[in-house]
Design a binder for this molecule. Structure first.
Ligand code: PHE
Length: 469
């Protein structure tokens, strides 16, 4: 045993690491690929005119979100610690850095509370599509069914609770046996479901129209927000940056030089899934314009528009459960990754056992979720700042806390890189084996990141409008 007693933790430490690079790739891909890819992106790509959105989105992925994704993973791997300790060890101003590290942990935790409510809806639809199928001949039918469910607190809170319990069960098993195992089984099933749905989609009448739509510049149909903000915000959310997840997952990785290639694979897979989901959803919707519905935003796309199409289409009875299973698998792996940083924090910094930490974190996230669910089920019941608690949580975390966390990560990465604190297992600077131009790309993107993030921040908080109107 070492003098510092570290050998005592060998078993615990071993369990708290991914078993291989593939384990990391699948688990982190599980985090990145989520509701944002399958639900949000297709609608955004439609509303903001196909390539008109996709091109700037890809630009910000390459020059902003992917470098941040790599930076956060590298910070965690190099420090072998979650955001709070890693930022403390690597930043120039340890205490301020630690504050931001802790804030990212809180961001993930708060996101998990309403993400769970939404996944509860998916779970409800998945189960109902298996047992009863959808009987929604028109969008109006689907709409009234959906509203009936949404405004039923028992349905809303019930599925949220079942989902929270499943997360508790998996998380208690630990990193390797819980998180990694689920992703090793779930992600291949997910990719198979996507492939089956793509094959099915290619037989639909709307396929070529959908393909043309996403590969050409279309006019913006319904752009309530600035295109650049939408593209940047989505790039961050979809890659799970700024919310403690990647630093924590990085700390479960060995500090090898494969960080760069592993993270790149995940980012590519995430982008591919967003594009394929768009193709699947648009082809489905474009195939049956007679159902009397346009593609609409938010919940209505998944819970009103699609059930109508599934009712009409040949094979819809089988495709619907497959589709909702796919969305559910994507969501559960993302949800676990949002909860994990807080669990890791309580385990490592507050000396709680894994069991206690998971129970506490899941229970609290569930409770906030219950309030968020009620705030939607019974409009006006729980509101903050004139908005439902659900809306308030979603805006504060994704539009304010998340960019701030990403900003902190980019600054700390640059500080640590300059101070040569980012090292791999051979004690050489991390990324030393990468070609020079790749390192320059990474460093320059991260040096410029604070400028674009500040722009996002000033825009969403309305400070820009105040200054320039
Ligand atoms: N990246 C996930 C998605 O695309 C979202 C997410 C992950 C949210 C991790 C919180 C934490 O849906």
């Amino acid at each position: 045993m070492n003098n510092d007693g570290s050998a005592i933790n060998i078993d615990k430490d071993d369990e708290a690491h991914f078993s291989s690079d593939l384990g990391f790739i699948l688990t982190a891909a599980g985090s990145a690929i989520g509701l944002a890819n399958i639900w949000k992106f297709p609608y955004m790509a439609y509303a903001y005119g196909g390539l008109t959105l996709i091109l700037p989105y890809l630009f910000f992925m390459v020059f902003l979100a992917i470098p941040l994704f790599i930076a956060e993973t590298a910070i965690g791997a190099s420090a072998q610690a979650g955001p709070s300790t890693a930022f403390f060890l690597l930043g120039n101003r340890p205490r301020i850095s630690r504050f931001f590290g802790r804030m990212t942990v809180l961001t993930g935790f708060l996101i998990s509370s309403f993400y769970s409510v939404v996944t509860g809806w998916i779970l409800g639809y998945a189960i109902e599509s298996i047992f009863t199928g959808f009987q929604a001949p028109t969008c109006l039918h689907a709409q009234s069914l959906w509203h009936e469910k949404l405004h039923n607190p028992l349905w809303n809170v019930g599925y949220h609770t079942i989902f929270a319990l499943s997360c508790l069960f998996i998380l208690q098993k630990g990193v390797k046996q819980g998180l990694e195992k689920l992703s090793r089984i779930g992600m291949p099933i997910f990719f198979i479901c996507v492939a089956i749905l793509c094959a099915w989609t290619s037989t639909l009448d709307g396929f070529s129209k959908a393909l043309t739509y996403i590969t050409s510049f279309q006019p913006i149909k319904d752009g309530s927000e600035l295109l650049i903000l939408v593209a940047i915000g989505h790039a961050f959310f979809t890659l799970s940056v700024g919310q403690g997840t990647l630093v924590t997952y990085g700390s479960y990785m060995k500090k090898t030089s494969t960080i760069f290639s592993s993270t790149l694979i995940i980012a590519l897979a995430d982008t591919l899934i967003s594009l394929l989901s768009t193709l699947i959803l648009l082809s489905t919707v474009f195939s049956d314009p007679s159902a009397g519905s346009e593609l609409t935003s938010g919940p209505s796309l998944l819970f009103e528009t699609l059930p109508t199409f599934f009712t009409h289409m040949h094979g819809g009875r089988f495709i619907a459960p497959l589709f909702f299973l796919l969305v559910f698998l994507a969501a559960i792996t993302s949800q676990l990754s949002a909860l994990e940083p807080m669990i890791h924090f309580l385990e490592r910094e507050k000396n709680k056992t894994r069991k206690k930490a998971t129970t506490l974190v899941v229970a609290l996230s569930w409770l906030i979720g219950v309030l968020a669910a009620i705030s939607i089920s019974i409009p006006g019941s729980i509101s903050l700042n004139g908005e439902s608690l659900f809306g308030f949580l979603s805006f504060t975390t994704t539009s304010l806390m998340l960019p701030l966390g990403a900003l902190a990560a980019s600054i700390i990465f640059i500080q640590a890189y300059r101070a040569k604190k980012l090292i791999d297992e051979t004690n050489r600077p991390l990324f030393h084996s990468l070609p020079r131009w790749v390192r320059s790309y990474l460093l320059w993107s991260l040096k410029l990141a604070p400028i674009s993030i500040t722009f996002v921040f000033l825009s969403v908080t309305g400070i820009f409008t105040l200054l320039f109107s």
